[in-house]
Design a protein around this ligand. Structure first.
Ligand code: SF4
Length: 368
């Protein structure tokens, strides 16, 4: 059985890591492009959110490439996410594709569900192998976030444009090639060395901007038009608050206490502005913005897919947070019709505004 899955940024490295460890045959679908989006949109309901269309495009391209089984994540349904896997399964069957669907209900089954899913996908039923493969996958998720964090610092301060990106790609390749736990640790060490060798100006005056919003569009660089690199090129140190490792810590790792997780902490912060969970990542978007305001960040960019119900609610609440915490927020809505030129113009205007605002605060302080 050739198994495949959808993309979400670089998370394919973690999923492929577990499948490689178990010796499975698998297909990494081509990374999302405009063609993927067109294909996904053609076979999706018109008003469904952007992540669904992209994921659908990935599934169809994986099937074209020869996949005969698809790993899908199931989830509870406060928003449309609860219907994602069922709708995708029905649409793929209606198109006449005879593929097996391996659903992972991670919110309910956590580690056990990963165990069951990888066993079914690979045919390997050795419990020690399966436990070690899951461990490699979770480790790679933590390491991807660590690499992104260092990349973000280096990119904003690099002396030669583009060197940080090359170093980051090299570090990702090292991690992707690692198979065992100890190989991953070596790959991370070498990857960090590669990134730290990029010539930088540590004293450069950079802007600090936080990014929050719906997890898929925050993490996936195709859907967010590579926002982090675009900001980095303009001298912004990006602090991405929504990370896959936060999610695995909250929902997968068995020993973590909810109140110690990013989600748990943001929920407490958001309480003054919203009383109940409205699904998706809405509470985290609000909590992250309050945190940014309390910690004197220069601004927040809030990313949301068009028609995303939870983030429409948070977007409305963020105007109150902006006023109370005195923090500029730019909400960017993403869909298949978003054009890059207009997107960049808005980013540049926001960066200018955040910079002038910060500089005038410094001038006022100096005058006092
Ligand atoms: S959080 Fe928003 S974008 Fe994500 S599935 Fe729910 S409605 Fe769609």
């Amino acid at each position: 059985m050739k198994v495949s899955f959808a993309h979400m940024g670089n998370t394919y490295i973690a999923l492929a890591g577990a499948l490689k460890f178990l010796g499975a045959e698998f297909i990494v679908p081509p990374y999302t492009t405009k063609k993927t989006l067109n294909l996904g949109s053609k076979h999706s309901p018109e008003v469904v959110c952007l992540p669904y269309k992209l994921v659908m495009g990935n599934y169809l391209e994986a099937i074209e490439a020869g996949a005969d089984a698809i790993l899908m994540i199931d989830s509870p349904g406060t928003c449309r996410l609860g219907q994602y896997s069922q709708s995708a399964r029905t649409a793929i069957k209606d198109l006449g594709h005879n593929v097996e669907f391996i659903n992972l209900d991670l919110y309910k089954g956590k580690m056990l569900e990963l165990y069951r899913g990888f066993k079914k996908a690979t045919g390997n039923s050795n419990p020690i192998d399966l436990a070690r493969a899951i461990n490699v996958s979770l480790l790679k998720i933590d390491m991807l976030d660590r690499l992104d964090e260092v990349y973000s610092y280096v990119r904003a301060r690099e002396l030669i444009k583009g060197t940080a990106r090359k170093a980051h790609n090299k570090a990702l390749k090292l991690l992707d090639d690692a198979i065992t736990n100890s190989q991953c640790k070596t790959a991370l060490k070498e990857g960090l060395e590669v990134l730290n060798r990029v010539p930088v100006d540590p004293n450069r005056d950079v802007l600090n901007i936080d990014i929050t919003g719906e997890i898929f569009v925050v993490i996936d660089k195709f859907s967010n038009m590579d926002i982090e690199d675009e900001l980095g090129k303009r001298g912004v140190h990006v602090h991405r608050k929504i990370r896959l490792s936060n999610w695995t810590n909250t929902f997968i790792k068995p020993m973590t206490k909810f109140e110690d997780t990013h989600e748990g902490k943001m929920k407490v912060l958001a309480r003054d502005f919203i009383k109940r969970d409205v699904g998706g990542d809405a509470l985290e978007s609000i909590g992250d913005t309050i945190y940014a305001g309390n910690n004197k960040s220069d601004g927040v960019i809030h990313l949301l897919p068009f028609t995303c119900m939870p983030e429409i609610i948070s977007q409305n609440i963020l105007s109150n947070v902006t006023r109370e915490k005195n923090i500029p927020v730019l909400s960017l809505i993403l869909d298949e019709f978003s054009g890059k030129a207009g997107f960049i113009t808005r980013l540049e205007a926001f960066v200018d505004l955040a910079k002038r605002r910060r500089d005038s605060k410094v001038r006022v302080k100096q005058a006092l």
